[in-house]
Design a protein around this ligand. Structure first.
Ligand code: HEC
Length: 182
């Protein structure tokens, strides 16, 4: 190959490489109607708000508040629990409802059912829902780590909880790398 031809080939490669990063999008497209899209994106923006709340609680070393974000804002059944919070339910009422929902899930799982949650999730493919379930699971695990902190938090306490937080953000990234809706 002549030098000129080689340069052209390298340039073409470099160019196609640059294009590939923009277009080489192998995320799975989920086909949902516009209303469901809007609902999904709204709930996603809510997740950023929850993460911000989590960071605030962490920066204040308030592990109770950290746990509550994991349990209520990011945990299983978050929309139902959040509605209770908004309606002014007491902590005991919310905890009781959480326990009840947990028991219901266990019963459904024991019965061989896989469908959990309500509303939007039902319109999504099974695999996509698993990513969502995994995020809730990580959040609940993070909350358990936060609940385990007693007295003045140590550096090791912070590290344990932060590992839990990263597992949550890792589950955001895992789903975002896998799916798109537009
Ligand atoms: C079960 C899959 C899944 C999980 C888990 C998930 N997301 Fe998303 N998220 C999506 C999809 C799908 C989109 C839309 C991507 C697109 O534009 O096609 C999205 C979009 C977003 C957007 C853009 C919203 C907008 O209005 O454009 C934000 C912000 C976001 N997600 C934040 C988060 C955060 C923070 C987490 C973790 C706490 C998270 N997501 C977890 C699937 C997920």
């Amino acid at each position: 190959m002549k030098i000129q031809g080689m340069l052209a080939a390298v340039a073409a490669l470099a160019f196609s490489g640059a294009v590939a990063t923009a277009q080489d999008d192998d995320r799975i497209m989920i086909d949902i109607d516009e209303a469901t899209q809007a609902q999904l994106l709204t709930s996603m923006r809510g997740l950023v708000v929850s993460l911000d709340k989590l960071m605030l609680a962490l920066s204040e070393g308030d592990f109770d508040a950290v746990a509550r974000v994991g349990e209520i804002d990011l945990g299983f059944g978050h929309s139902k629990l959040q509605a209770m919070v908004d309606a002014g339910a007491t902590d005991e009422e919310i905890l009781a409802r959480r326990e009840q929902m947990r028991a219901n899930r266990a019963a459904r799982a024991a019965g061989g059912g896989t469908k959990t949650g309500s509303g939007m999730g039902q319109k999504m493919p099974e695999d996509f829902r698993m990513f969502g379930q995994s995020m809730h699971m990580m959040a609940e695990d993070m909350a358990i780590a936060a609940r385990a902190v007693e007295g003045t938090p140590t550096a090791a306490d912070f590290q344990a909880v932060l590992q839990g937080v990263q597992a949550v953000t890792g589950s955001c990234v895992a789903c975002h790398n896998t799916y798109r809706i537009r």
